[in-house]
Design a binder for this molecule. Structure first.
Ligand SMILES: [Cu+2]
Length: 579
């Protein structure tokens, strides 16, 4: 069982246990004896089953189990100790066990709420708040059911609830409030990239575009979705003028995967101001990385990219030989892009398909009709890629795979999630059952260039209630905090930095660090054994633990965030800064 399925199973069992106790309590209050005993027995079994799931999660990593061991387990134990013996005695008046059963239900719910609303890291304050809630709810129930606890019991309960509430509230306030992102202008001076050799102008504006024969209201660069394809040859100096015609919430350009100088990175409020209607901003950088990249707005990025403010950036080593096709996959108003395209290719011609996922979720790509190799991932060439046949690749949000092959005499076709997007002729293929390539064991290994790390950071990805802003929100969190309260990661120039990224949530988080490519070291404790993987976008699935490393060689203030842009906007963004 994977840690991801364990997390899901544990959550389901916790819900069933709490519901069983509460249902049993309600049934006994209503004197429904068989139902009460049945539900309570079920809840008891579910509570005991959690001992197994919590232990297994703790073995997978303390991050996955901390609050369950420290808060939920003691509360569950109290539930079993209080309700269990009374049930075994099976009292004549079933109503007399209503309060113990409901207490067990509150205890189970308390532990569950701590997991769902607070998550990692566990804190004494949150544990005490849960205790206060359970004691208070039990006391209220006691009164409501007309039972008369002895004055001593009432006083003790009141004292415990008040003490826990007071202490918990104090302790739950995070002591080390994040310093936030200083608005530092040091890195904003445009570097001297040299005289531009490639000039482009991108004008952002609202537009009506046609997708699959339907008119769609979009936000577009130069009236088209995707925006114009920007191409360059390595060594070129790109100058891109961004104009905003009428996007009221503003735009910027971020060069996804391109490790540009910080001042050109396009993150509003961090590297530049948002470009408002009527304004412009000129980006200039040297094209010194070959490969497949893309650009997109980073202002209200979730909405802006979804509505169409993105395009392809390809830097080639030399003039193209053979067929070189970009396939930027996107979902615009629920309609898939690009439109299917068929063009015959003569046998023997080399073909490169540049697959780009510009959506916020993973896509599955399958190339039928030919053996192929994955030549590059996220713009970096792989070492010794071997031919693959009938194998699918999963590309994370923001990620790119370059597939290469020599055109056979028979047609080939590329499918994205089962939909044909590119072909050289008619192909019928069922690709749904194909195995998926694991890039961590593909290609030829070479030793990790570092043996020690100057800085190590752990990022635990989760969900939690964020009460720090004006309105409460159910945020996507990193180490229990949401933007702008996640402390920045501070490094020095030339530090070798290691990130451990842990996903204890129920959804995939495609991780994306700006300005640097990270080398994958391990996933779920197993070292990468294939070609060195230098990534800028990788899927951290539920229960996954990734270790990645990089050299801090690009000074500035860099966004480090989930590239499911809805998650990024809902708190899952922090910053890497150089001291
Ligand atoms: Cu995410």
């Amino acid at each position: 069982m994977t840690t991801g399925s364990l997390l899901a199973a544990d959550l389901v069992i916790a819900v069933l246990a709490a519901a069983g106790w509460l249902g049993g309590g309600a049934a006994s209050a209503a004197r429904r004896r068989p139902l009460a005993l049945g539900l309570a027995a079920f809840a008891l079994l579910a509570t005991l089953a959690r001992a197994i799931t919590i232990t297994a999660l703790a073995r997978a990593g303390w991050w996955f189990a901390a609050e369950k061991v420290l808060v939920a387990a003691p509360l569950s134990l109290a539930a079993v100790v209080v309700a269990g013996p009374r049930l075994l005695r099976a009292p004549g008046d079933i109503r007399s066990v209503a309060v113990p059963l409901l207490f067990a239900g509150y205890a189970g719910s308390g532990g569950l709420l701590v997991t769902v609303l607070h998550g990692y890291p566990a804190s004494a304050g949150v544990g005490l708040l849960a205790v206060a809630g359970v004691v208070a709810a039990t006391a209220v129930t006691w009164r409501a059911l007309g039972a008369r606890p002895s004055p001593t019991v009432s006083r003790v309960a009141l004292a415990v609830a008040v003490a826990a509430l007071v202490t918990g509230t104090g302790l739950a306030v995070t002591p080390d409030a994040a310093p936030g992102v200083p608005h530092d202008h040091r890195y904003r001076d445009a570097p001297t990239a040299g005289e531009p050799t490639r000039r482009f102008t991108l004008t952002a504006g609202t537009a009506t575009v046609s997708v699959s024969g339907r008119d769609v209201e979009a936000w577009a660069f130069n009236g088209q979705v995707p925006g114009p394809e920007l191409t360059a040859t390595v060594g070129d100096v790109l100058e891109v003028t961004l104009r905003n015609r009428d996007i009221g919430r503003g735009v910027t350009l971020h060069w996804h995967g391109y490790d540009v100088p910080n001042s050109q990175d396009g993150v509003p409020g961090v590297t530049q101001a948002t470009v408002l209607p009527g304004q412009e901003f000129v980006y200039r950088f040297r094209a010194d990385q070959v490969g497949t990249y893309w650009y997109h707005t980073h202002a209200v990025s979730d909405i802006g990219v979804r509505k169409g403010l993105y395009g392809v950036l390809v830097v080639r080593p030399a003039p193209v030989t053979g067929v070189d096709v970009t396939v930027p996959v996107h979902t615009l108003s629920g309609l898939p892009l690009p439109a299917p395209r068929t063009e015959p290719v003569e046998a023997g011609v080399p073909v490169r398909l540049r697959l780009i996922n510009t959506d916020s979720t993973t896509h599955r790509y399958a190339l039928a009709g030919t053996p192929f190799r994955v030549a590059a991932i996220d713009g970096s060439d792989l070492r010794g890629p071997t031919p693959l046949v009938d194998t699918a690749v999963m590309i994370p949000a923001g990620g790119r795979y370059d597939l290469v092959f020599t055109a056979p005499a028979t047609p080939v076709a590329l499918f994205v999630d089962g939909r044909e997007v590119y072909s050289t002729g008619p192909v019928s293929a069922a690709t749904g059952a194909w195995p998926v390539l694991d890039p961590l064991s593909y290609g030829v290994a070479s030793p990790v260039p570092w043996s020690r790390f100057d800085k190590e950071f752990t990022l635990v990805l989760d969900r939690g209630l964020d009460l720090r802003g004006l309105l409460p929100r159910y945020a996507h969190t990193v180490n229990g905090a949401a933007e702008p309260d996640i402390p920045p990661q501070v490094v020095r120039l030339d530090d070798i930095v290691r990130f451990t990224i842990v996903n204890r949530s129920q959804v995939v988080h495609p991780w994306h660090l700006h300005g640097h490519h990270v080398l994958v070291l391990t996933r779920n404790g197993k070292p990468a054994t294939g070609s060195p993987l230098w990534l800028d976008s990788f899927d951290v699935r539920p229960g996954d633990v990734w270790e990645v490393a990089f050299r801090a060689d690009n000074p500035g203030m860099w966004a480090n965030h989930c590239h499911n842009l809805a998650h990024a906007d809902a708190g899952m963004t922090l910053h890497l800064m150089y001291s």
